[in-house]
Design a protein around this ligand. Structure first.
Ligand SMILES: NC(=O)c1ccc[n+]([C@@H]2O[C@H](COP(=O)([O-])OP(=O)(O)OC[C@H]3O[C@@H](n4cnc5c(N)ncnc54)[C@H](OP(=O)(O)O)[C@@H]3O)[C@@H](O)[C@H]2O)c1
Length: 208
């Protein structure tokens, strides 16, 4: 679907809905090692004066998310984590997995989808959910931006460089203008950046 058409459809469906892309990445912009490992997500830095993440706040915040969307490789990683005893990160929220394959469905709140992503987001998700979180990986995040579907990007930068890996946005083929709306530094050394995607909802990409 052309970008302008995707924007029109979105405006018609649920103007209050919001698509957020969120991932954690190394300072050099990778969300996983080339082989998919995310062992580097555990870091031991300490930033004196940084904010502390209060578990009560995190719990309340997660409740504001209405559904998750992820690529099949991210789903496979989540399944591996669960099998290793690390639990399931997405609670009982509806979780949509984009895939063209037959994958194991381990819980009732998981649904698989293949086909036109813009139609799926604008026609199915936006009318039903307010806060829609894309949680990776790089292929799906890039597709979401390329199609003009994202309203917001949240980027948690970890205090580490890993040199090579899967990029936050794999093969993004055009510039995407952003507007910085929030910066938070935590005592763990993680910096969270929050951006509005410019040029959506009829706004000029170059507006200041
Ligand atoms: N650091 C973080 O915060 C973070 C977050 C998420 C993921 N990760 C890591 O990132 C890695 C995975 O990222 P990735 O970029 O390789 O893969 P991904 O984006 O998770 O998944 C890509 C796959 O999803 C399917 N897909 C994508 N768009 C589709 C569409 N419109 N319709 C149907 N299926 C679609 C395709 O696979 P099919 O062959 O199944 O069709 C595609 O190969 C994992 O190692 C994961 O651990 C890290």
């Amino acid at each position: 679907m052309p970008l302008n058409r995707a924007l029109d459809v979105r405006a018609m469906t649920n103007p209050d809905s919001r698509v957020t892309i969120h991932m954690a990445a190394s300072l050099d912009g990778f969300i996983a090692r080339q082989d998919g490992r995310v062992d580097w997500l555990e870091t031991s830095d300490e930033f004196v004066g940084g904010d502390t993440l209060d578990p009560g706040f995190v719990e309340a915040f997660l409740k504001t998310i209405d559904c998750y969307v992820m690529g099949s490789r991210t789903y496979e990683t989540a399944l591996r984590f669960e099998a290793q005893g690390f639990g399931w990160s997405y609670g009982d929220k509806p979780t949509f997995v984009l895939t063209s394959r037959e994958l194991p469905r381990t819980r009732d709140n998981i649904e698989f989808h293949s086909g036109d992503l813009a139609q799926f987001v604008n026609g199915r998700l936006r009318p039903a959910f307010r806060s829609i979180w894309f949680v990776g990986g790089g292929v799906v995040s890039a597709e979401c931006l390329r199609l003009g579907l994202a309203d917001e990007v949240r980027y948690s930068i970890l205090p580490i460089l890993i040199g090579d890996g899967i990029q936050f946005f794999e093969k993004l083929d055009r510039d995407i203008a952003l507007h910085l709306t929030e910066v938070k530094a935590y005592n763990s050394g993680i910096v969270e950046l929050r951006y509005e995607v410019r040029g959506h909802r009829g706004e000029s990409p170059n507006a200041s």
